[in-house]
Design a protein around this ligand. Structure first.
Ligand code: F6R
Length: 256
């Protein structure tokens, strides 16, 4: 695993955007796995800036988002469809027909999950998957529990997750109770995974995910098994990592 610790959010965002842009330069038809939430917003801003400067093009790329709420209209401002349009898709040259998210309003949600996995397979699998991490260790919306599901599936959101996401809604009651998410198998199949975390509130879970036992109680801990995991942290999110993990980690990164 490659852990990189950055002195500022801006540096982290820049490094993560560079990772994506570097991939697109060598593989313009790359398949990107994308996340929503607060953490990747700076990365998306950076990608938009670089696109405007002519430094990157998404013309031949394909994207798959991790998840979407069930039952929230696509044009609801907090749907992940709307989030992605607002924060990235509307500002770059990615062809809309190659920007995929699960359809949380499909009449047959099970069929939608199968369709989504098949689409990812057809696209050749995900080259680079961007991930945030929930305070309870969820990745995508794979919540802690006695077992995890491998493929795309419908989940009941943990109360903790609904409370965390209530900041984007008027109240917690408005946060949908279910979502469609890629499964951990789908995520782990990505050729490279970039996990990003920022802030002291993520420090404990980052430590558990990267240094704790591999367990379904912390879905992100499964990432330890991935051969190409890049972890991008700001100093606060890295603050509880052991000296062994951090070593002489200097801003700019260190490999462990
Ligand atoms: C988002 C997603 C979630 C978030 C996680 C962290 O598509 O799948 O796993 O990455 O909840 O959210 P933030 O970044 O808001 O702390």
């Amino acid at each position: 695993m490659n852990i990189q610790v950055f002195a500022s959010e801006a540096r982290l965002d820049e490094a993560c955007a560079d990772l994506i842009e570097g991939l697109l330069r060598v593989k313009p038809r790359a398949v990107l796995g994308l996340a929503t939430g607060g953490t990747p917003l700076g990365v998306y801003r950076r990608l938009i800036d670089d696109y405007r400067k002519g430094l990157v093009s998404f013309r031949h790329a394909t994207t798959f988002n991790l998840d979407e709420y069930v039952g929230l209209p696509e044009d609801h401002p907090e749907s992940y469809h709307a989030y992605m349009r607002r924060n990235l898709f509307d500002h770059i040259d990615l062809p809309p027909e190659r920007a995929h998210l699960p359809n949380g309003n499909a009449a047959d949600l099970e069929a939608e999950c199968r369709r989504y996995d098949a689409l990812i397979e057809e696209a050749g699998g995900i080259d680079l998957q961007l991930l945030g991490i929930g305070h309870n260790g969820h990745i995508g919306f794979n919540e802690p529990g006695p077992a995890l599901v491998t493929g795309t599936h419908v989940v009941e959101l943990a109360e903790e997750t609904r409370r965390a996401n209530a900041r984007f809604f008027r109240s917690v009651d408005e946060v949908p109770r279910r979502a469609i998410t890629m499964g951990v198998g789908t995520i782990l199949k990505a050729r490279t995974i970039a996990l990003i975390a920022k802030g002291t509130d993520k420090a404990d879970i980052v430590r558990r995910a990267l240094e704790g036992p591999i367990t379904t109680d912390c879905p992100a801990s499964l990432l330890q098994t991935h051969p190409q995991l890049i972890v991008l942290l700001d100093r606060d999110a890295a603050s509880k990592l052991s000296p062994a993990a951090l070593g002489a980690a200097a801003p700019g990164g260190r490999t462990v």
